[in-house]
Design a protein around this ligand. Structure first.
Ligand code: ADP
Ligand code: MG
Length: 239
């Protein structure tokens, strides 16, 4: 995943200013920074949910900004997990996971269900297949959302503050699933304020402020000695 000199404005408001970063296959990279710094916008640019005015983003050899790129196809190969789980409320947990497999990937119902059950067990929810989302806790719903994304066999996973809306005791379960995913070699771009995850799981940390990438360093280096004053202040506030 290669992000090169991306800039983006909403009218006169510049929200991304000459941002470059890359994620190699199998790497987990945490993006952090103050609210409004452009983290979500950058993430959304990667799978074409937002457009950008200049620069380029190439994912697995496909140029996201290219008007010939089939964005639907690209998105089906990139898993995205948001702060709010956005499960289909009228479908069972298993149906939430099989729907796109059948509709988009044209898998048989049986194959999709088997895959769905395997993934539900993997996120610790093998016994919840028949439940509706409303019957689950926030943390459980978020794990279903992760399983749903994984069911599409994504080449990479994007997370936008996946634990920010959760009660503290549920955060751990979601982070455990994400940690396992990273250890299994999934390519991941994770916007989070969970500095434990950043420190112990991420290969690198990217720090953003005011639309710019100020730091991009191995996580051990970022936490031991951030190179900008801005990151030092940020860390002192949240650690
Ligand atoms: P973060 O995720 O780091 O909190 P965002 O990427 O959500 O930051 O937002 C970056 C900036 O862009 C903020 O100033 C925000 O108000 C602005 N912004 C985000 N989305 C829009 C939009 N659709 N229209 C106008 N401004 C937006
Ligand atoms: Mg955000």
């Amino acid at each position: 995943m290669e992000i090169t000199r991306i800039s983006k404005s909403y009218g006169a408001l510049e929200v991304l200013n000459d941002c470059s970063m890359s994620i190699r296959k199998g790497e987990a990279v945490v993006v952090c920074g103050p609210s409004g710094s452009g983290k979500s916008t950058l993430l959304k640019c990667v799978n074409g949910l937002e457009t950008f005015q200049s620069g380029s983003i190439v994912v697995d050899g496909v140029s996201v900004g290219d008007r010939n790129t089939d964005l639907t196809r690209l998105r089906s190969r990139i898993g995205m997990v948001f702060q709010h789980f956005e499960l289909y409320p009228h479908l069972s947990v298993l149906e939430n996971i099989t729907l796109a497999q059948v509709k988009v990937l044209r898998r048989s119902k049986t194959e999709a269900s088997e895959k769905g059950m395997t993934l539900l067990r993997r996120v610790g929810l093998g016994d919840k297949a028949g439940c509706h989302p409303a019957q689950l806790s926030g943390g459980q719903q978020q794990r279903v959302a992760i399983a749903r994304a994984l069911a599409m066999d994504p080449i990479a996973m994007l997370f936008d503050e996946p634990t920010s809306a959760l009660d503290p005791e549920m955060i751990k379960d979601v982070l455990e699933v994400m940690t396992e995913l990273a250890r299994d070699g999934m390519t991941m771009m994770v916007v989070t304020h969970e500095m434990g995850f950043a420190r112990h799981v991420a290969d690198r940390v990217v720090f953003m402020d005011d639309g710019r990438i100020l730091e991009d360093a191995p996580s051990s280096v970022f936490f031991a000695q951030p190179s900008t004053e801005r990151a030092r202040i940020f860390l002192s506030k949240i650690l």
